[in-house]
Design a protein around this ligand. Structure first.
Ligand SMILES: Cc1cc2nc3c(=O)[nH]c(=O)nc-3n(C[C@H](O)[C@H](O)[C@H](O)COP(=O)(O)O)c2cc1C
Length: 167
């Protein structure tokens, strides 16, 4: 059985493309679930979770995540490792860059999971983000609007690091 569940929402397809890259890098160990048709029971099956959400509408969750967000509080996170993938546009929305990560994290941070896969903020031109904690992004930060050429190498480096966590 796959150990890694990747739960994503994507309005315009950017996040979907990136989670496909991530899934391919992990191979049979990882499975994709669109949150528009997922449940807490689906999340419960995995030891490792990647929660992937773009920020929309100036600091808000992507619409399918907005409908799904209550569901993630119904998971027993004991023993699970959780990380995040955030997509955003740092030039267009520098004051709410990747806010969705912080919004999701707030819902589950005290529920017993360990959080892994943080990512440095170097190289991203933004002002403020709810997705930053202790000086690092809560998970992988991808900007398809301005730094598309860096996506592949960022994904490869992050997945390599995660393979040491997801064992
Ligand atoms: C109307 C609108 C509002 C947006 N608001 C934000 C925002 O507040 N913060 C951010 O980082 N990105 C914001 N974005 C950028 C999207 O998150 C980005 O384009 C992302 O790649 C979309 O992912 P998706 O194709 O998976 O839906 C916004 C984009 C649009 C068009």
């Amino acid at each position: 059985m796959a150990k890694i569940g990747i739960f994503f929402g994507s309005t315009e397809g950017n996040t979907e493309r990136v989670v496909n890259l991530i899934q391919e890098s992990f191979g049979d160990d990882a499975e994709l679930h669109n949150v528009n048709s997922a449940s807490a029971d689906d999340m419960q099956e995995y030891s490792y979770l990647i929660l992937a959400c773009p920020t929309w509408e100036i600091g808000r969750l992507q619409e399918d995540w907005d409908s799904f967000i209550d569901e993630i509080e119904n998971v027993d996170y004991t023993g699970k490792k959780v990380t995040y993938l955030g997509l955003g546009d740092a030039d267009g929305y520098p004051d709410t860059f990747l806010d969705a990560l912080g919004i999701i994290h707030d819902r589950i941070k005290d529920k017993g999971a360990s959080f892994v896969g943080t990512w440095p903020t170097d190289g991203y031109n933004f002002n403020t983000s709810k997705g930053v904690m202790n000086g690092k992004f809560l998970g992988l930060a991808i900007d398809e609007d301005n730094q598309k050429d860096l996506t592949q190498s960022r994904v490869e480096k992050w997945v390599q690091e995660l393979k040491n966590e997801f064992i």
